[in-house]
Ligand binder design. Structure first.
Ligand SMILES: Nc1ncnc2c1ncn2[C@@H]1O[C@H](COP(=O)(O)OP(=O)(O)OP(=O)(O)O)[C@@H](O)[C@H]1O
Length: 488
């Protein structure tokens, strides 16, 4: 559809673009990224015929744009430049109607039903119909932006070139406009080239990305091939870190700030533990990075408090999310800053241990109910699910863990827990084999993310050794407490 081959050029004698080539097929969305002044807008001007390259060619459907008249070009390609916030004296409808000019012929108005429909549809898609008769000067920057997007859509060409289409827009309208453009791309074969400053939006909505650096192509490919930590950091000269998007296979990045408000390293200890009537809590005065399989706020996040509460055996598990939220609020914890777990055993009997270590220290807190322990390798033989009986394990580390260390820490802790069940001869009553856990065990690994950096937490690392020893010893003790209770 659009083929750019070896274009170079700039303004007067100043070269800006150097040997840029790429191709966009029909029904594809290409995002152009790059730092301020790298030449994105200049490239857009060259693609759209506003600025002539000193060498190289731009072709649409294999026809060089130089061979097309401006009206022919406008029918094939719509260009929405960066919007300037000048005063405008036209109405929204009149502005959108301008998009239909390439379709008009002769001196006399040839406004057709098709023109009318295109204008109406464009205003509907961009949510500006409600301002149709308002003057542009009375609209906000974001509302105006949507009017110009409507104008571009009304032009009904098959190729849309947009320079920062979503700046000025709030997140709801960014999403609405980009969802709408994406739908036109996927369902109706529209081809789009757009400049983005927001790397995450570009990753989310584009099929391919072109990353520019000083007028050249630094990287081109699918978002995962372009949004790579080191590459983005080098091109933008800013520290970032990439993560998975929660729903789509499109990498997202976070800015890593270079300021540090904290002067003194903060530590946690067993003194951070508080016991309530029916819960045990670990409360820090700063957030810890946490990976957990809790009931409330599971997954990876930053939290200041963890609670493990006792619930009665007849607890209604169906309503657990809502009920737990109410419990947290009712007990004065912040619902967005607290991780919550539950157990049928008495949390006052939780085993709490602290281990000094070369990297800082490690705290382990375990509650164990093993009445319905199972051997995971025989679990497939079971039908009924008995939710009562849980081993809840917290491992809190004074140290800084990498993501892989968090995952390895979970593995190390799980292995240590299973070994404790083996040592204590806890049986799966159905298979009559040694149990490995219970059906509802929860695990939490938390780290202060200060002090020594630890890349790994496997069994033979310093932190892994302490996790193995601590979780094993605490779980053995918790099982022994449980057994004694059962005997009484
Ligand atoms: N009309 C012009 N005449 C001369 N130089 C220009 C002109 N327009 C832009 N430039 C220069 O060309 C270079 C690239 O500008 P361009 O606007 O293409 O960058 P950009 O990547 O779009 O930047 P931004 O992210 O800030 O919008 C800059 O150094 C700029 O000063």
């Amino acid at each position: 559809m659009l083929k750019v081959e070896h274009i170079s050029g700039g303004y007067h004698q100043t070269p800006i673009i150097h040997d840029v080539s790429f191709q966009v097929n029909q029904g594809e969305f290409l995002g152009i990224l790059g730092p301020n002044g790298c030449g994105k807008s200049t490239l857009i001007k060259m693609i759209s015929g506003i600025l002539k390259p000193s060498s190289g060619t731009v072709a649409i459907d294999d026809v060089s744009i130089e061979k097309l008249s401006s009206r022919e070009l406008a029918k094939k390609m719509t260009v929405l430049p960066q919007i300037q916030s000048n005063a405008f004296s036209t109405t929204v409808r009149e502005t959108v109607e301008i998009g239909r000019y390439p379709h008009q012929s002769g001196f006399f108005s040839s406004w057709s039903e098709e023109d009318e429909k295109a204008v109406q549809k464009a205003m509907e898609l961009t949510d500006v119909l409600k301002y149709a008769d308002k003057n542009l000067e009375f609209l906000s920057g974001g509302e105006r932006q949507r009017v110009f997007i409507a104008q571009a859509l009304a032009q009904s060409s098959r190729l849309l070139i947009l320079d920062e289409p979503t700046n000025h827009l709030d997140i709801a309208h960014q999403k609405q406009i980009l969802d709408m453009i994406r739908r036109e791309v996927t369902e109706n074969g529209l081809t789009v080239v757009a400049v983005f400053h927001d790397i995450n939006l570009a990753s989310l909505y584009c099929d391919h990305l072109l990353l520019m650096e000083a007028g050249r192509v630094r990287a081109y490919g699918e978002p995962h091939e372009v949004i790579i930590d080191r590459q983005i950091m080098e091109v933008y000269d800013a520290r970032i870190s990439t993560q998975a998007h929660p729903e789509k296979p499109k990498p997202q990045m976070s800015i890593l700030p270079d300021f540090d408000e904290q002067t003194k390293e903060k530590m946690v200890s067993l003194s951070n533990i508080q016991k309530g009537d029916d819960y045990i809590a670990f409360i820090a005065d700063f957030p810890l990075k946490v990976l957990s399989s809790a009931v409330h706020n599971a997954g990876l996040g930053w939290y200041r408090a963890f609670i493990n509460r006792t619930v009665p055996p007849e607890y209604d598990i169906e309503n657990v999310k809502n009920e737990f939220l109410h419990y947290i609020v009712h007990h004065g914890f912040s619902p967005t800053n607290t991780v919550g777990m539950m157990t049928a055993v008495d949390t006052k009997k939780a085993v709490m241990k602290e281990y000094p270590a070369s990297f800082g220290s490690l705290i382990v807190i375990v509650t164990a109910g093993v009445g319905n322990a199972i051997d995971v390798s025989h679990a497939y033989e079971r039908k009924a699910f008995q939710p009562i009986g849980t081993i809840n394990t917290w491992v809190v580390i004074n140290g800084k863990l990498s993501d892989e260390a968090f995952v390895q820490g979970m593995m190390t802790a799980t292995e240590a827990k299973s070994k404790a069940l083996q040592s204590e001869n806890v049986m799966d009553k159905l298979s009559n084999t040694i149990a490995t856990g219970t059906p509802t065990d929860s695990l939490l690994i938390a780290a202060t993310q200060q002090g020594e950096y630890m890349q790994y937490a496997g069994p033979l690392t310093e932190v892994g050794k302490m996790i193995g020893k601590g979780v094993y010893e605490a779980t053995v003790e918790a099982i022994q407490i449980y057994k004694r209770e059962m005997e009484q």
